[in-house]
Design a protein around this ligand. Sequence first.
Ligand SMILES: [Zn+2]
Length: 412
Amino acid sequence: MSQVTLGYVPSLRPGALLFTLAAFRYFQTGSRGKSAILVDLYGTTGGRKRNLFGESVATISKRAFGDLVPPRDVLLRHTFFGVYSRAMSPAASAAWSDALIAGDRSHRAQKVLRNFNSRQFHLVTRSLRSCPQCVADDINAYGFGQWRILHQIPALLCCPEHGLALNDEVSGGIAGNLGQYALPRGKISTPANRIPWAASDGHSTYLYLWTQLLEGKLPVVTSHAWAAYMDVVVSRFGGIASAQAEIESTIRRTWSTGIANITSRTGRHIMENFIHAELSHNSAPGRLAQKLVVLGAVSALGIDLPTAGDSSQLRLDLSSKLNEDSEPPLQEQLRRFLLDVALPGSLAPFLLTDRNITQTAREAGGNRRHVWKAMQKIPDRLLEEIAATQRWSAKSWVTIELKRRMGTGRDS
Ligand SMILES: [Zn+2]
């Protein structure tokens, strides 16, 4: 392959989208074809126009950052991997970045993040949005506006840094059309876009938590730690119902508005029953917005973020160092496996009883096919341990899965 020299490549601030480089290059080269710009940056044109999750990141790191920024850092600083990988266990996040760096397209974001899709939600806004103050700051510091990752998170209606309403600047599909290469200009919002609770304490905390998340400073939202944390919260209040009531009234007080207003304004990105869903592990790891609303309320209630020493379960998880003699109980191991394949932890107790996949999915509100495909990936050792807990009927998922594995024997 011939060596590509890009010439001058501007510096991106941490938290700016990769697509900014394509838009800048279009502006810089004027008449050059857009496909040529994509090939220069990404090595290919197909499906990567806005390059949301850093496909071809190995090429990008070489061409746009001169190998000075390692591919994984490009993913964390300049793509939505930097947001959504924060919801995953360290092992699941590493598997995803390894696949992106190796160019393995079977690890698509949709698969990694949304196995449990009883109700779909978009990971990224359809339009590119901007904050006028951020654009002004970027022009001052860099000479041009930069698209920010957090501005394109659907459940964020305001800039996390300035609190100003975000505005649609470039409309269009999630992948972006070739005709829309533009840098942000910082369109000023019209008064109709004002959000009633924009200045509330609860909302300010929520915005702050998003910036912490992108900087990798919220390990509590990684899937296993979050599940353990929700258990701590439930036990502190003596049950899911009372925990839910406390959190709900705290949100109402700190956001100065009702839960229904928040969920209706954010569309499908924060579910109506999100507090209950999070407390009962009936939520996907990628549903970060509702986790951050809950987290803000829980901290306002004086339940501090777990630190080493608060709970042995959390300590184990946050340091991700499980030694063999202190293996977590079977249900916890199964829950961690489910979270790693983006299924809700609430499936675990159902899967430990004599049921088939259809019954399990129906009772836990999941998608039968996704559950079935995921359980085909459960490690042999964990499956064997589950199999040993009781006598399983011929129609149970455990028996069927064990038979399937024997049928596809390894010595064939
Ligand atoms: Zn801003």
